[in-house]
Design a protein around this ligand. Structure first.
Ligand code: BG6
Length: 488
């Protein structure tokens, strides 16, 4: 079965922050790939906008350089065709310069669909949207894409949502969480709601616990300025990891459409048991990586003398509703860990009684592991008889649902999350984007943790760069008679 590519209508895709890292690393490569696969028509137009004074030609040259650097299977003919679609305009968010020029460009030869992507720092989201509105670039049909972080706490998120609401309708705001564009994350929904097999087991009666790990091997490399004000809780948990919990824990939506899916996710966010004050020390562990002989530590990477910003968080979370009460969700995320590995592991309960004698070996818990990266795929570990003579001996073997192999498509290239999400914006499909309510519900849960930390003088627990996180995070699981899966 070949991948299905549905071409989209011609569009204007305006990227504010066109010279920035996100545009260069992710957005231009994503659009390039979609054009290569004939999903984007040649008369689509990408208008990059930024503060630098650049000619169209000079920007096209920069875009070409970015593609060479960030597209592994770069093809110069396709790239040449692609950069022809790109235009450039200089804008300044503070003075408002350039926005009328931008408007002239789009109005002169408008395409049926208009999307504006704010690939800029969060402090510019509201001012730029207001400038766009004033200049007449945001019409009632324009789609506005905003990156995270949406605020740094509940109050600032509410303020931003309110300012955006003044210039554009909620149905036209696309709040990106790129984790929702990852192949396995979408597959989690296909697996849960496309198979009758799992639903009867997907609850507190059969699932012992869920572990979500998003481990990175890299440190904060050059992003210390941003990261030190953010930390792992705001950078990863408030958005990506809570979204993963939502998709794992939500009730089946009535349809795979934005309202139905987002409503169910919102209910999960509102069911999260609040974590605050006294209880925090035991169930929320924060850590900061320290250097060793070969590895630099956080303070060095971020060029700081001291900091209590966490580069690691592990926590035990309760989804307090009828389906999940008593089944904990353990989360952990961190920088400079042993390996890059992200997965959602659903660990099923022990068999009620073992009929096998000791020589057979132990009956292990079944684990459904959905691996987001690298090596995307889903495995279900099963206990089987160790093949061959020697009597009844048990061994655990994975039922492997690695996509490319099981579909007989070894050459399958899984699209980057941004390819999928950018095309969803063009198609006008908000299903994989966060609503304003979701963002606010997530901050409502995260804020008390931040406040508790702020009132507390304890430093984050140190952990070795290249390790598995602080000892205290291991203890969090051990206390409950469980263990984290290996980071590998
Ligand atoms: C971003 C965070 O949202 O996600 C980064 O700001 C993090 O700190 C990144 O490195 C991880 O994304 P991915 O797709 O590489 O797992």
């Amino acid at each position: 079965m070949a991948a299905r590519i549905v071409p989209v209508e011609p569009f204007d895709f305006i990227v504010l922050g066109g010279t920035g890292d996100l545009a260069r690393r992710k957005l231009l490569p994503a659009l390039y790939h979609r054009m290569r696969d004939a999903q984007i028509p040649d008369d689509a137009r990408i208008i990059a906008a930024a503060r630098s004074s650049l000619t169209r030609k000079a920007y096209q040259t920069q875009a070409m350089e970015a593609l060479k650097e960030f597209v592994p299977d770069f093809d110069k003919d396709i790239a040449a065709r692609f950069v022809k679609c790109i235009d450039y305009v200089r804008v300044d968010a503070e003075s408002g310069d350039g926005f009328s020029e931008l408007k002239k460009k789009v109005e002169k030869d408008p395409r049926p669909i208009r999307a504006v992507y704010l690939a800029v720092g969060p402090s510019f989201f509201a001012p730029i949207s207001e400038q766009l509105k004033k200049a007449g670039v945001l019409t009632s049909k324009t789609r506005l894409v905003v990156e995270k972080p949406i605020g740094h706490d509940l109050e600032s998120a509410k303020e931003l949502n309110a300012r955006l609401a003044k210039v554009i309708a909620e149905r036209n705001i696309y709040r990106i969480d790129h984790y929702l564009g990852k192949e396995t994350v979408q597959n989690l929904m296909a697996l849960r709601f496309g198979n009758a097999l799992f639903e009867p087991l997907w609850n507190r009666y059969h699932i012992d616990h869920v572990q979500i790990t998003v481990a990175e091997s890299v440190g904060v490399e050059g992003r210390g300025g941003y990261y030190d004000k953010s930390g792992a809780l705001r950078d990863m948990v408030q958005n990506h990891i809570l979204q993963l919990i939502c998709l794992t824990a939500m009730e089946p939506p009535s349809h795979f459409d934005p309202n139905a899916v987002r409503e169910e996710k919102l209910k999960v966010l509102r069911s999260l048991e609040p974590l605050r004050n006294g209880s925090l020390g035991d169930v929320v562990i924060r850590g900061q990586y320290r250097g060793g002989k070969a590895e630099s530590g956080y303070l060095e990477d971020a060029a700081l003398e001291e900091s209590s910003t966490e580069t690691f968080v592990a926590m035990k979370v309760e989804v307090a509703n009828w389906r999940w009460s008593g089944t904990p969700f353990y989360l952990r995320t961190g920088k400079k860990l042993r390996a890059r590995m992200s997965e959602i592991a659903v660990v099923f309960k022990d068999t009620p009684h073992s009929i096998f004698d000791e020589d057979a070996g132990s009956v292990r818990q079944n684990v459904l592991a959905m691996r987001l990266q690298p090596d995307e795929g889903i495995t279900l570990s099963m206990n089987i008889k160790d093949p061959g003579p020697g009597g009844m001996r048990l061994t655990s073997a994975p039922l492997d649902m690695t996509f490319a192999e099981s579909l007989g498509r070894d050459d399958l290239r899984l699209p980057d999350a941004y390819e999928r999400l950018v095309m969803d914006v063009i198609r006008g499909d908000q299903t994989l984007f966060m609503s304003g309510d979701e963002v606010e519900a997530a901050w409502t849960w995260v804020d008390p943790i931040i406040e508790t930390w702020a009132a507390n003088t304890d430093a984050p627990h140190p952990y070795d760069a290249g390790g598995s996180g602080p000892e205290e995070a291991l203890a969090l699981m051990h206390r409950d008679g469980r263990r984290w899966r290996d980071i590998e």
